[in-house]
Structure formats: structure tokens, C-alpha cells
Design a protein around this ligand. Structure first.
Ligand code: FE
Length: 350
């Protein structure tokens, strides 16, 4: 995951470094002159993001400048910009990335009664460096014609030799898999987690390739019997069109570990940038993201689960029913990330 910046990207980031100006921002719109601006670095990018920014500007008069990109590149950019970074807010996905942002000192702790109240304690950083705004579950998909739901009650079960040649999962480069393994380390300890990773690798239906979506589609096409995927990729496929829905008719979703710790979840989240020039507006933006209206837009855009109590997920997701999430503080996923990567290497997880 630790890609090196390409020369082209370094050059692209250079004007910002040299001048300290926000030259890279695609849209700078004016609102009330005195309400100011908020500059957002976002690794989430959906058409609905603009809806959210517009809602925020309408509500507060604060103009939004957004720059969107891949998490690691945005974080590297912010790091290079240092204390002259224009970033006020960093939004990203996966606790592993939020942890990395913390390690790189890209965030600052903030105090907000609203965020303290509405974001559950296990979904925010222990000293409020970041907050989660939506969650996603790493679920198991099953070919209903081959596997009964009760036959695959836990992640641990995926390592059972009876599933040899049956499992589809992405590579160990996926931070989603790293975080899943980090959660297993947290629950079962390193030794058992390593035995699990080895068992899983021995059960693969094919060499890991493609993203989560490709695992679901391969399953639909008759490859393997079980796939591991983030819930929203399955939701997106179901929401795509009738043809795709038809293809997936014999694919079912399983929320593992309901009888013990609960299903592994991860988050989209964000925090206030370490050198935010508009800190107050940054806090206001994060508070806006946890409002009921924003939660609905934020979670619906990507078939995720809203964090705020009382806000329902989109229909397709709601139809899966309720499940028990693993209540561990998601910061443990970052803490165990390096250990997870070492275990994956030893297990030969490509
Ligand atoms: Fe994703």
C-alpha cells in the first residue's frame, strides 16, 4: 500500500507547495464574504458530494473548496504541504487510512459537543482526531445453491479445510483485508490469526485478482462458493440494473460472527487538518456531516450504514436486516495493521 509518488504527481503538487495557494482546487465559489471558506481534501468521490457541499453552503454561508483523490495521494500531498497546507478537513475511508493520517500528524484533536454526542465512542478516535460518518460491513457472500447461511457462521470458518478451492477474496494489498485481519488479531490473537490466514489462502478458488465487485460477479458466474466483500459493493451491484440483479439472484449476504463478537465493520471518516487555516469552519463541516439530512445523503450515496442513530440506510441495504457489528474501537484496526501485513506475507497471501 505504500506506493511511491510518481514524478508527475510530485510536479502536479509543486505549485501548491511553492505558493501556498489553493491552485489545485477545481471550484472556488463565493458565499457570504464574512462566512469564509472550508477546504476539503476528500478520498470519497461521489456525485452526491456536491449535493452535500451545496447543502452546507446553503445552511452556513461557508463556501466549500473540494479536492478529491486517492487517500494515500491526498495524505502525501497534505504531508508535503506541511504547515502551509490549505487543507481544513481530511475525509477518507477505512480506519487503516485514518490511522495512517494520525501517524503522519495530519490531524488535530477537536472539541465538539455535537460530534461527541452523535458519533458513538467506538467510531471515533480516542482523543477526537477523527470521527466516523458511515460504516460498512465486510460480509461473506454465498452462492445459495452451494452453501447454506448456517454453514458459514464466522470469518474463522473460512479457514476450515472443507472450503478448499471455494473462497474468493481480493489481494493482501487491500486495506479492507488488512483491516479484517487486524480485527481477527484483536479478537483471537496473532497466533490464531496467522493460522487463519494460512487456512484461508489454502482455500482460495483462484489467485486473488480484481476488487470486491469482481469477487461477487465471479461468484454469480459460478466460480467458488463464498466471497468476501464490503457490503456496499454488493449493494451497488444490486442497485445497478435488472440484468445485474438477475445475475446475483443466487448470491446471498451473510453477516458473520453474530453469535460472538459481531461482524467486522469499517468506516468512512474524517477530521480537522493539523494546520487548518479555517478550523472553526472545519468543525462546522464535520458537525454538518453528522446531521440527519447529511447522514442520509452521505450513507445513501454509497450504500453504507449511517452512523447517527435513527437515520435509516437506503432500501436495498435496509432489506438485509439488522446485524450485530463488532463493537471494538476501530482505531484497533490501525494499531494492528502492520502486524496484519506481516502475517499476510508469512501466509503467502498474494
Ligand atoms: Fe471501497
Amino acid at each position: 500500500m505504500h506506493k511511491v509518488l510518481t514524478r508527475r504527481r510530485l510536479i502536479a503538487a509543486a505549485p501548491v507547495l511553492a505558493t501556498g495557494l489553493i491552485t489545485g482546487f477545481p471550484r472556488i465559489r463565493r458565499a457570504h464574504a464574512d462566512a469564509g471558506v472550508v477546504n476539503i481534501y476528500s478520498a470519497r468521490h461521489y456525485p452526491s458530494d456536491q449535493t452535500l457541499f451545496d447543502m452546507f453552503t446553503q445552511e452556513t454561508g461557508i463556501a466549500v473548496n473540494a479536492i478529491q483523490g486517492v487517500a494515500e495521494e491526498l495524505m502525501q500531498r497534505q504531508q508535503m504541504e506541511g504547515d502551509s497546507s490549505p487543507a481544513d478537513v481530511l475525509i477518507t475511508v477505512d480506519a487503516g487510512n485514518l490511522w495512517r493520517a494520525e501517524q503522519w500528524n495530519l490531524l488535530q484533536p477537536i472539541h465538539s459537543a455535537i460530534l461527541d454526542k452523535e458519533v458513538p465512542a467506538n467510531l471515533r478516535h480516542p482523543v477526537n482526531l477523527w470521527f466516523s460518518f458511515s460504516t460498512r460491513a465486510r460480509v461473506i457472500l454465498r452462492d445459495k445453491s452451494k452453501v447454506q447461511a448456517e454453514d458459514i457462521p464466522t470469518y474463522e470458518e473460512l479457514a476450515d479445510p472443507k472450503w478448499q478451492g471455494k473462497i474468493l477474496i481480493t489481494t493482501s494489498n487491500s486495506i479492507y483485508n488488512q483491516s479484517l485481519l487486524a480485527s481477527i488479531i484483536e479478537a483471537d490473537g496473532s497466533e490464531k490469526a496467522e493460522a487463519w490466514a494460512k487456512g484461508l489462502v489454502a482455500n482460495l478458488a483462484r489467485r486473488p485478482e480484481g476488487a470486491d465487485t469482481e469477487q461477487a460477479l465471479a461468484l454469480a458466474a459460478g466460480v467458488g462458493a463464498l466471497a468476501v466483500s464490503n457490503s456496499y459493493y454488493f449493494g451497488r451491484l444490486l442497485g445497478r440494473d435488472d440484468e445485474t440483479r438477475k445475475k446475483l439472484e443466487h448470491v446471498g449476504i451473510v453477516f458473520p460472527n453474530q453469535q460472538d463478537r459481531g461482524t467486522h465493520i469499517n468506516v468512512s471518516g474524517g477530521g480537522v487538518a493539523a494546520y487548518a487555516p479555517n478550523k472553526e469552519n472545519a468543525v462546522k463541516f464535520l458537525e454538518f456531516l453528522i446531521s440527519p439530512e447529511a447522514q442520509k445523503v452521505f450513507a445513501d450515496a454509497n450504500y453504507e450504514f449511517p452512523v447517527r442513530a435513527g437515520v435509516a440506510p437506503i432500501d436495498i441495504v435496509a432489506a438485509w436486516g439488522n446485524f450485530k457489528p463488532d463493537p471494538v474501537n476501530v482505531s484497533a484496526l490501525g494499531k494492528n495493521n502492520a502486524e496484519a501485513v506481516r502475517i499476510m506475507d508469512r501466509a503467502g497471501w498474494r
